[in-house]
Design a protein. Structure first.
Length: 153
């Protein structure tokens, strides 16, 4: 049986608060039809975050001991790309352009394939194009939701 740990409760509580906040925003934002998909995702996120908080409160949470310096340094480029994407690129460059740049950048940082081979860059480019095409098909065609539009689309 796990023991009750304040760090797990604090982290789970913060995630639950963020999840509830994002869900609230998605249900109150206008135009309502543009927030259908965010409502679904944020509701699932909030439910899972509350579940995790409940497990932490009863002492059943399973958590890792912490992040070492090497792991944190390894995660830093991805975190920076995510912050740039969320807070600037999606609005300034357009959702699909920014998504393509973010996915390609993350692949460039984390793909273990050698960076000096043309085949590696072709593979990364192909993965990026397929990912963005799936995102376009999902959001624009299947769900008919709006995405941030600027420079390209």
């Amino acid at each position: 049986m796990s023991t009750w740990q304040p760090q797990q409760i604090l982290a789970s509580g913060l995630l639950a608060a963020v999840g509830l906040g994002v869900a609230y925003i998605s249900y109150t934002a206008q135009p309502a039809q543009a927030f259908l998909f965010p409502r679904i995702i944020s509701t699932c996120f909030a439910i899972l975050a509350i579940w995790t908080l409940g497990k932490a409160l009863i002492g059943k949470a399973k958590a890792i001991e912490g992040l070492d310096r090497a792991t944190l340094i390894n995660l830093l480029p991805g975190i920076l790309i995510a912050f740039i994407y969320i807070f600037w690129a999606a609005k300034a460059l357009g959702f699909y352009t920014a998504t393509a740049l973010a996915v390609f950048s993350i692949l460039a940082f984390y793909d273990p394939a050698p960076g000096f081979k043309a085949r590696t860059w072709i593979k990364r480019s192909l993965i990026t194009v397929v990912f963005v095409a799936v995102m376009y098909g999902l959001f624009a065609m299947l769900l008919n939701v709006f995405t941030p539009r600027e420079i390209l689309f």
